[in-house]
Design a protein around this ligand. Sequence first.
Ligand code: ADP
Ligand code: MG
Length: 295
Amino acid sequence: ATPTSIMVGTGKGAENGILIKSAESLELAYQIQTIVLDKTGTITQGKPTVTDFITVRGTANQNELNLLRLAGSVERNSEHPLAEAVVQYTQSQQVILTDVRSFEAFAGSGVQGNVLNNLVQIGTQRWFKELGIDTNNLQQDWNRLESLAKTVVGIAVDGQIEGILGIADAVKPSSISAIRNLQRMGLEVVMLTGDNYRTAEAIASLVGIRKIIAEVRPSQKAAQIETIQKEGKIVAMVGDGINDAPALASADVGIAIGTGTDVAIAASDLTLISGDLQSIVTAIQLSRATISNIR
Ligand code: ADP
Ligand code: MG
């Protein structure tokens, strides 16, 4: 591409809410065959809210509030968006949080800490299985909430499951039509997420995605992109989180959500300022126009 056509393309991108960092990505975008979308904050709004709180004994309110106090106190030490949702929920219930010792975060699994001499662990079902924590008491509710597209985290105290929190994160209304348009252009659309398979599947069916790669550890997201590239595909990755940065950098075209983290934006070739996935369609059209003007 000539410098002039690239300049024109970059300017048109800016007019359409797309920041184009590398000329190369503008030349490559029309060749994308597979587009991998992060779930949380990319397909969804990334504003998780606690909608359900279910405890094992389901008895006195006092117990439930105490459990919330333990959970909120630990989550206050975490920077994860889910943690923020949990802390907000405890505040809405007028729970007063307390100090935590030995806080630890396990990427892709959950968090733990010592609160009032209790070991409190909050996280995924898979992590609880690894820890040998029996989830049977709440298994039905856990599965039911996940089928409703909610992310569910368990709360264990001293190695016993005590409760679960259902956390909802609505799909961006524009995601549905944008994904359909990308598929109509002949692209294969894939969802990539650290969240559990059942929740991922429920969100995927809302937006018409058929291929899901779920329960992927943050350290493994880039490897998933490389696997698709090894099949001979030109791959774009779209994401917003710190977790997504290595995958964004590995992809042939890395696309960041403008409302996402600075780390994701820095690792990307293109940034969608408003976070609307329809801008990807625009970027591909712009790429095609830029290339055909040159030839
Ligand atoms: P994502 O791809 O959605 O950003 P992560 O890899 O960050 O996912 O996390 C995967 C899963 O690990 C989350 O869906 C959640 O169940 C669990 N998890 C991570 N951090 C926390 C936390 N602070 N509190 C509770 N659960 C957590
Ligand atoms: Mg995300």
